[in-house]
Ligand binder design. Structure first.
Ligand code: PCD
Length: 806
């Protein structure tokens, strides 16, 4: 009888359950160099594959001479589209209902596109083979400007779609058109604009960027020719989906495919999709009857796998002269690159862009998005946001600042006037989303108070005066953003991927000694699931978190799930974990009633066991109950203690937050310094406050990167600029500002433990806070909008364009 004398509070603390700042258990191996990543997988006889890639953005392949590569010592095979055609594998389906070339056939459509796969005994020989391969190209005119993609004389990119007038999302109106998608009430919105006192309209570019995880993408395929079993290790955020897709395209039965995502060094959306490298490692393993590894280098990662954003946005707001917003409208040109490989739920080709009325009570709204092809890499992933939410929040948060400027009103005051009020929850937006819970005015008030907003504005005004008087060359910007995220894809009524509903799962098995293993359908890429899911289960089952192993990423053992992205793990798999824990508890109660010889209704739950109501000493701990589950059960009950739960949430969760950025700009150099960044987040019930803080720090750092420096750009012939870390901005500790975090805690009413997602929030809210700060600094000098990334040189050029520098 171990814990009889301890108080409930003492026992509760020992569980390290929900709310505990539990140290990350995975860090024991990560910090000692004992993580196990795809590149650590080394199998006997393993071969290496590497791609020969196109130097051109748009060209016809006239001839490929395999012989020169095959002569390189160690090279065993050179695979081209010709080899894939008989297998019907030269194209693969994308998550967005398009097809993507696995290896280019006849034409290449973006620089660094995969042209041939060279398999060799080691990486070096494969790389030499790539060098030696002779490919003859005929250059074609490239299309790089999405806004010109639908011109009559725009070059035809996708020969394979010739004559195809229907796409996956409706009719196609042009050879480079993918879809037009809209939401909201167009006529009612027009009416609002007609009767408005004030309207604003601005073109806001959200440039092409890349998630750039520290670990690049890769896979190891091992096709056993004797058993017909395929094992595939890979950097997969959604291993089960990969297994299903692999089964569908290869015709290998799904039970003969085992997909394993080992440790992953960051995902950020980059590892959601299926890439040619994964497919080719499988094909090569089948052909050569040996395991084959493929690992990207940094330049391949930045230039070919999964870009993000590239939205050309027009934002419009209609308001009364008092500053009440009465309508919002947005049109988008979406640059999808050469293939539509966006990773969104099937019904939403523009993801959740229609969350773009943001945190405000806007009665009417309309948005439309046109997706087009260009000669750039495919992708369109949700880089740290739930499917285009960063774009949506950028739209509304820049628009609110522009409206404040037009009304000559303070941006905080304008926001306060329009925030959704606590009593309006559950709140249905003009686009039909049902926001689950929130107290926005409190979050806003807390933020303004924490930073002494009034004083900041006085300071800013003083700096404007000094600048105008010629006594200073420094200006200051205060950037606010109030964001609402929509995470937890998702309710099956809204979301599926390739026809599979977006539920998630948890299976828990309690061993006789009260230790347990739980497996989930999601897959951590660094978020700390091994720590936090054990905390949920600890609170629910009364078993200490330390006694619960969390395992993810092996399709042979984990229950089916849709993977980790869009901050869905907590809202969906976290809910499944809580419910699986409750099922364990339910059986435990029946066992306890047998052990204590009372009716189960006479028992009450007390932290880590059941006690007879009113007799706290007459109790059985979960540990004791677990033991009994294997040797002393009520008559007729099946032995063992395990449960599984598949959870289809009734709704998304809507985390939110108020962010404020203060920065100073030296006008003559464009050099800025971030004086302060305050971030208040509300993610409902907080499972692990320390992990949440880490998530916020990481997400803000990525927001800083995107707003202030990241860019995947192209020159006029389609050469990618920004394909290495010499050019692509990945902030280090040197550049990264200091973050101040804060929170409120309004639980989600429909989530079993009230938790919402949080991982993406800081990115979503952070980008507009930075951009608003830069733009705000120029407001008093006639500035209206300057585009991201706000690099020193872009800021300097903007100051010059406003006549602030002679
Ligand atoms: N949490 C807590 N509480 C609450 C919530 C949450 O605690 N309330 C925690 C959890 O548990 C975990 C985290 O936090 O751990 C997170 O969560 P979430 O929000 O749910 O999310 P998830 O799903 O898990 O994840 C995802 C995310 C994303 S999406 C991203 S990008 C990013 C983030 O996550 N990524 C990453 N974060 C991170 N981190 C790291 N480290 N790494 C990575 O990679 Mo996407 O869509 O994919 O783009």
């Amino acid at each position: 009888e171990p814990s009889q004398s301890e108080t409930s509070a003492e026992r509760s603390q020992k569980l390290e359950g929900i709310g505990c700042k539990r140290k990350r258990v995975e860090d024991i191996r990560f910090t000692q160099g004992h993580g196990n990543y795809v590149d650590d997988v080394k199998l006997p006889g393993m071969l290496f594959g590497d791609f020969a890639r196109s130097p051109y953005a748009h060209a016809r392949i006239k001839h490929i001479n395999k012989e020169s590569a095959l002569k390189v010592p160690g090279v065993l095979a050179v695979l081209t589209a010709e080899d894939l055609i008989p297998l019907n594998l030269h194209y693969m389906p994308t998550l967005a209902g398009d097809v993507q070339a696995v290896l280019a056939h006849e034409k290449v459509l973006f620089q660094n596109q995969e042209v041939a796969f060279i398999v060799a005994r080691d990486r070096y020989a494969a790389a030499d083979g790539v060098e030696a391969l002779e490919v003859e190209y005929e250059e074609l005119e490239p299309l790089l400007n999405a806004l010109k993609a639908l011109d009559d004389d725009a070059p035809v990119l996708r020969d394979d779609l010739a004559g195809k007038t229907e796409g996956a999302h409706g009719p196609r109106e042009h050879h480079n058109h993918i879809f037009t998608w809209s939401a909201g009430d167009e006529a009612a919105t027009q009416e609002a604009f007609d009767k408005a006192d004030v309207v604003i309209e601005e073109y806001l570019a959200h440039p092409r960027v890349h998630p750039c995880p520290l670990e690049t993408c890769g896979s190891v395929a091992d096709m056993n020719p004797i058993t017909g079993q395929l094992t595939l290790w890979g950097t997969f955020q959604a291993p089960h989906v990969v297994r299903t897709v692999a089964a569908l395209i290869t015709n290998i039965p799904e039970h003969k495919i085992r997909v394993i995502s080992p440790d992953i060094g960051g995902g950020f959306g980059n590892k959601v999709g299926v890439y040619p490298g994964y497919v080719m490692s499988v094909v090569a393993s089948i052909v050569l009857k040996k395991p084959v590894k493929w690992i990207e280098d940094r330049m391949e990662n930045l230039s070919t796998t999964a870009f993000a954003r590239d939205y050309h946005i027009t934002a419009e707001l209609a308001a009364t002269k008092e500053g009440k917003v009465i309508g919002m409208r947005s049109h988008v040109f979406a640059d999808h690159g050469a293939f539509d490989a966006c990773a969104d739920p099937s019904k939403y080709p523009a993801g959740m862009y229609h969350i773009c009325t943001g945190s405000y009570d806007i009665p009417t709204a309309f948005c439309s998005v046109k997706g087009v092809y260009t000669n750039k890499a495919p992708g369109g992933v949700s880089y740290r946001c739930s499917f285009r939410v960063t774009e949506a929040v950028y739209t509304i948060e820049r628009a609110m600042d522009l409206l404040a400027q037009k009304l000559d009103m303070d941006p905080a005051e304008l926001r306060q006037k329009n925030l959704i009020q606590p009593e309006q929850f559950p709140y249905t937006s003009a686009f039909g989303w049902e926001y689950d819970s929130g107290d926005y005015p409190t979050a806003m008030a807390k933020t303004l108070e924490a930073v002494d907003y009034k004083k900041l504005r006085q300071q800013q005004a003083q700096m404007v005066e000094d600048f105008k008087a010629g006594t200073s060359r420094e200006i200051m910007g205060v950037g606010l953003s109030f964001f609402t995220e929509v995470v937890g894809a998702g309710p099956s009524k809204n979301c599926d991927i390739l026809g599979i509903n977006m539920f998630d799962s948890c299976e828990i098995r309690v061993h006789p000694t009260g230790a347990a293993i739980a497996r989930l359908g999601v897959k951590s890429q660094g978020q700390g699931h091994e720590t936090t899911f054990a905390q949920i289960l600890a609170s629910e089952t009364g078993l200490p978190a330390d006694m619960i192993t969390i395992e993810e990423g092996d399709t042979d053992t984990a229950p089916y799930g849709l993977g980790t992205y869009g901050s869905r793990s907590t809202p969906v798999a976290g809910a499944a974990a809580a419910r699986a824990g409750r099922k364990i508890k339910h059986k435990a109660q029946l066992i306890a009633s047998h052990l204590l010889e009372v009716h189960h209704d006479d028992l009450e739950w007390d932290v880590d066991g059941f006690a007879i109501k009113g007799m706290p000493d007459k109790r059985r701990s979960m540990k004791e109950i677990a033991w009994a589950a294997y040797n002393n059960l009520p008559k007729g009950m099946e032995p063992g203690l395990e449960a599984v739960d598949y959870y289809d949430p009734p709704n998304f969760t809507f985390p939110y937050g108020a962010y404020l950025c203060v920065l100073r700009i030296d006008v003559d150099t464009g050099v800025y310094s971030v004086d302060r960044f305050y971030a208040l987040d509300d993610c409902g019930t907080r499972i692990n406050p320390m992990i949440i803080e880490g998530q916020i720090h990481g997400g803000l750092t990525e927001a800083f990167a995107v707003a202030m420096g990241q860019l995947i750009d192209f020159d006029e012939t389609g050469n990618i600029l920004g394909a290495s870390l010499m050019d692509f901005f990945l902030p280090t500790a040197v550049e990264t500002p200091k973050w101040e975090t804060d929170h409120t805690e309004v639980p989600s009413p429909h989530h079993p433990i009230g938790a919402k997602g949080v991982g993406e929030s800081p990115h979503v809210g952070g980008v507009p806070a930075f951009s608003n700060a830069v733009n705000d600094a120029f407001r008093a000098f006639g500035g209206v909008h300057t585009h991201m990334p706000h690099t020193h040189s872009n800021i300097w050029n903007y100051a010059r364009s406003l006549g602030m520098i002679d």
